[in-house]
Structure formats: structure tokens, C-alpha cells
Ligand binder design. Structure first.
Ligand code: G3H
Length: 539
């Protein structure tokens, strides 16, 4: 019997008041060159993945609108960022680390004041459960404070002179220039800020384009950006990416491209830069993380981690498990237990307590997932769980698809949604070969109780991906661990410490260790006339 999925949606008047948006957010301003500019041109309306029941059927709820600016505004924002950087001579890139930290702390206090509305907008814009939206906000604030602490440590280490082979030097990290920062829809606040904040705190100036789904939630923070940083340091750009971003890249004035998104877009953008050696790219891209479940695995554990790994936030995580290899001898039992666990997951509206499965923000996603399932059926697979793949507007009930093979889209495409492709294997070489042939290389999860099996997988797999998870799902955290990937999955490394390095470069001031130079350097340090050459400590 099929599920009555229409009933998961509410009538407008039954939406609990504490979770409802008090009013629609019709954004007509954007931050550029230190000013909130009013926009009178074209706008894009924002419809939530959360539908409401109306007399005409289910309708995505309208929650607001935002400006669709043009190339003109984005080029003006670029000029503002270039001017604020001023070839590294601007107030921000030359400011002392202690003072930059004060500005970021000031911003964070103001951001925390906006927590309620930002969390609600995360929930309404992308359909993330309320509790996960709160977690996303809190994790972001923790990330900012951890970044500040890491920078203080780094600065303390750099607050001394080194003497080597008769040369005295002070080595510090310096900014790179103008950063174009674009975040993803699935962690629109957190992942955007894990690049934006390190880029900012290291003294770069920014052009920030909010994600297409997850734009409005940044609006309440624009005033905090405006009042916490010098003019032109943070500039926002709104509009269709393909209309406004190419000319920014072609200008040659972008020094760092940081994008959490698709490898196709990153590829195209990088190629547009006229001086590719001057462009640094910090990228978090596609992934198709596999789980490899050996015949001696703890099956209950493998099942529960597969559920978490493939269905947390409806499978819309770059780190999600997107293909499951299971030894043929245990495949049927695995599928039975996996189907049973999936059927226990609560589905419904994001504000409901304990809800796991919620509506999807990308309007085309239900059709795409249906197409993937149909394609798998065509090549011999079945949906093995009851009601798997059932769709109602923006909601897709999870589908476990088996047996998946190399002819199917689900074998190679990143589905980024609640579909779990399962591939049976006879020999561990098969999943290893899959990973070798894959164009992605982020993480893998391996399941076995045997030390010899696990160790036989570790050595080949650490050279295919960047993190091997033993008997647990793939994930980014803890945020102090390096987060990166091979092949088309990433460029550069993000973690609290790595990110501040990624958005900066070492510069050193060096002199021959002579009496005259000692006196000169002492003079500069004691008169506090340089922010770079300084032995001041930040506590
Ligand atoms: O979308 C990719 C995120 O970085 C995943 O982070 O593993 O903490 O959910 P997570």
C-alpha cells in the first residue's frame, strides 16, 4: 500500500506559530562598498520546499525574494574589494592580527543576536530539520571561535625572530588579495562561513555570492558585516551565477576562488581567469563516497551507519554515502535490515520533533531521482524497500536500489538525495577497482570486524581517498581534522587550522645578522611602527 504523502504537509493555519516566519523576507538591499544599496531591478522569488495544502492542491510556500543584480553591480562590488585591498596596502590587509580578530568577534556577537531568524530561514529555505538548522548555526559559531584561537596560536608562533645561517627573519602569514566566495545550498551558512571567515580574518577582501537555495538567510547578517569591517572588505553579489561570475573571473582581479559546489562549475570558472598562475583555488566539490561492507562486518552497525551516512539531511551532504558495496553472501540480510531501519525513520515537516526525512529544496530533484531509479530498473535493479522512491511534490521517500551495476547512472552519478544504490561484490578487489576508476576521491567507509581485512583495505584506500572511516559513516567533522579530497572532489584543505593557511601565504622579512641590523630591527619593534615586524603577543 502506498504512503499518503500528501498528509505530511500542513494547512497554512496549522503551521506551529513558533516555527512560522513572521513575515516574508523581501530583500531589496545588498552590501557593496560599505553601503546597503537599494535594488529596484529584477528579483527572484523564493519558494520553500515546504508545501502548504490549498484548495488547488499542494503549493510551495512563498517565503520572500531577493535581488537579481547584473554584471554592472557585481563589477562595482569587485572594484570595491580591489580598492579595499589596495594592493595589500589597505586598512584591512595591513591591520594587526589582534585588531582583525576584534572585528571578527564583533561580527560574531552581532551574528548571534540574529540566530532565531537565521535558523528559521535555513529551515524554510532548504527544508533542513529545525534541530539540524540550530546545529548548523551553533557549529558555525564554534568554527569562528576555533578559527580565532587557531590564528592566535599561529600569531604567537610568528611573534619571534628566527636566526639561521647568519640571517635573522620574521615569518608571518599574509593575505592573498580579493577572494570570490561561493557556498553550497546544503550547508548554506556553515560551509560558506568555513571559507569566508578564514579568508576574511587573514586580511583578504571579499566578494560573497550566497547560494541559490539559501540566499535569504544571509540577509539578516549583512548589517553585521557592514558595521564590523572597514568599507569594501565584505561585498555581496546577487544574481544568476552564469551572468555575473564569468566577467569577475575574466577581469583577472580575483586572487582566490573558493567554491563549495560542482567540479564542472569550478573547472569552467578557473579557465576564465587570464592569469591562471595568479589564481589560488580552494574547492570542496562532488563526491561519491562508498561504503564497503565485508562478510564479517557487524551487520547491525553497518546498517545503522549506512542509514546515517546515506540519509542524514536526505542524503544531501557531500560526505554522504552514495554507493554501498556489500558482500554477496550477506546482501539479502543486509537489504532486509536496511529496509527495516529506513521504514522506522520519521518523515514530515522540518519542525517536527525527531524528523529525519524532509522535503528537498531543488525543484528538479524529485524528477532526477525518479529518472535515476527508472534507469536502474531498465538495467535490472529493483527498489527493494516498500514505498521506496514514492514522490509527492518536493518530498521523495528513500529508495534502496539493488543490484546496481556499472551500466546505471546510480553507479557513477552523485545522486545527492535519498536514494541508496547497493552493489553486491564477491571479492574486495571489486570495490577497490571502483574507487580507482572513480572520478571522485573524498572518503570511504569500510566495515569488518577483522583487523587483517581492515588493514588490507587501509593501505590501498588511503591513496585513493582522503579519509578512510572504519566501521562508521563518512563525515567532515571534527572541524579540526583535515577535510579534503583527491581527483574531482577537492582542491586545497579545509579544517580550522588548514583554512587559515589556505587563505594566506607566508611572507618573511629577513636581514643579515649584523650589529647595525639588530639595532634597526629593535628600533622598529620597540617603536611599534610595523604591524608585520612585531613581537607583540595576542593572549
Ligand atoms: O556537504 C558536505 C559537508 O561538508 C558535510 O559535512 O559530514 O559534517 O555533514 P558533515
Amino acid at each position: 500500500m502506498s504512503l499518503d504523502l500528501e498528509s505530511i504537509f500542513y494547512d497554512e493555519e496549522n503551521i506551529p506559530a513558533e516555527f512560522a516566519l513572521e513575515e516574508q523576507v523581501d530583500q531589496r538591499e545588498f552590501l557593496s562598498n560599505g553601503e546597503m544599496l537599494t535594488w529596484q531591478g529584477q528579483i527572484s522569488e523564493v519558494f520553500s520546499p515546504i508545501c502548504v495544502r490549498t484548495k488547488d492542491g499542494l503549493q510551495r510556500k512563498r517565503i520572500g525574494s531577493y535581488p537579481v543584480c547584473t554584471e554592472k553591480e557585481s563589477m562595482e562590488a569587485l572594484e570595491a574589494a580591489v580598492k579595499a585591498y589596495d594592493n595589500g596596502r589597505g586598512a584591512w590587509p595591513t591591520m594587526s592580527v589582534a585588531d582583525r580578530i576584534k572585528c571578527v568577534e564583533d561580527f560574531t556577537h552581532k551574528m548571534i543576536e540574529k540566530k532565531d531568524i537565521v535558523v528559521k530561514l535555513i529551515m524554510w529555505e532548504i527544508g533542513k530539520s529545525f534541530s539540524d538548522s540550530v546545529k548548523e548555526f551553533d557549529r558555525t559559531v564554534e568554527y569562528i571561535y576555533a578559527t580565532i584561537d587557531a590564528l592566535k596560536d599561529l600569531d604567537r608562533d610568528s611573534s619571534r625572530f628566527q636566526i639561521e645561517q647568519g640571517i635573522i627573519a620574521q615569518i608571518r602569514r599574509s593575505p592573498l588579495g580579493v577572494v570570490l566566495c561561493m557556498g553550497p545550498f546544503n550547508y548554506p551558512l556553515n560551509e560558506t562561513f568555513t571559507t569566508l571567515i578564514p579568508a576574511l580574518i587573514m586580511g583578504n577582501t571579499l566578494l560573497f555570492k550566497p547560494p541559490k537555495h539559501g540566499t535569504l538567510l544571509h540577509y539578516p547578517l549583512l548589517e553585521a558585516f557592514r558595521t564590523s569591517f572597514p568599507k569594501g572588505v565584505v561585498n555581496t553579489i546577487y544574481g544568476r551565477g552564469n551572468a555575473i561570475v564569468p566577467s569577475l573571473m575574466q577581469s583577472g582581479k580575483i586572487n582566490v576562488l573558493t567554491l563549495i559546489g560542482s567540479s564542472r562549475v569550478a573547472d569552467e570558472l578557473k579557465k576564465l581567469h587570464p592569469k591562471v598562475n595568479r589564481l589560488r583555488a580552494i574547492l570542496g566539490l562532488d563526491a561519491k563516497n562508498a561504503a564497503i561492507i565485508n562478510k564479517d562486518a557487524d551487520l547491525d552497525l553497518a546498517v545503522s551507519e549506512t542509514v546515517l551516512g546515506s540519509l542524514s539531511f536526505n542524503g544531501q551532504r557531500c560526505t554522504a554515502l552514495k554507493i554501498i558495496y556489500v558482500h554477496r553472501s550477506i546482501a539479502q540480510e543486509f537489504l532486509k535490515r536496511l529496509s527495516a531501519e529506513v521504514s522506522k525513520l520519521k518523515y514530515g515537516m522540518p519542525w517536527e520533533k525527531g524528523v529525519t526525512l524532509t522535503p528537498l529544496p531543488e525543484p528538479n530533484k524529485p524528477a532526477y531521482l525518479t529518472e535515476c531509479i527508472e534507469d536502474a530498473r531498465k538495467y535490472g535493479a529493483k527498489v527493494v524497500n516498500e514505498n521506496g522512491g514514492q514522490v509527492q511534490e518536493s518530498f521523495v521517500y528513500p529508495a534502496i536500489v539493488y543490484p546496481v551495476n556499472s551500466q546505471m547512472k546510480l553507479y557513477r552519478e552523485e545522486q545527492f538525495g535519498p536514494v541508496i544504490p547497493v552493489v553486491p561484490f564477491d571479492d574486495l578487489e571489486e570495490p577497490i577497482e571502483y574507487l580507482i576508476g572513480s572520478s571522485h576521491g573524498q572518503q570511504v567507509s569500510i566495515f569488518s570486524k577483522s583487523a587483517s581485512v581492515i588493514s588490507s583495505l587501509i593501505d590501498p584506500l588511503v591513496n585513493q581517498v582522503s579519509r578512510v572511516n572504519i566501521n562508521c559513516q563518512c563525515q567532515r567533522g571534527p572541524d579540526t581534522f583535515p577535510f579534503t579530497g583527491r581527483k574531482d572532489s577537492a582542491e586545497g584543505t579545509l579544517s580550522v587550522v588548514d583554512a587559515i593557511r589556505s587563505f594566506s601565504i607566508r611572507s618573511l622579512v629577513a636581514a643579515k645578522f649584523t650589529e647595525d641590523n639588530k639595532e634597526l630591527l629593535n628600533d622598529i619593534v620597540s617603536s611599534h611602527t610595523s604591524n608585520f615586524l612585531s613581537t607583540k603577543f595576542i593572549f
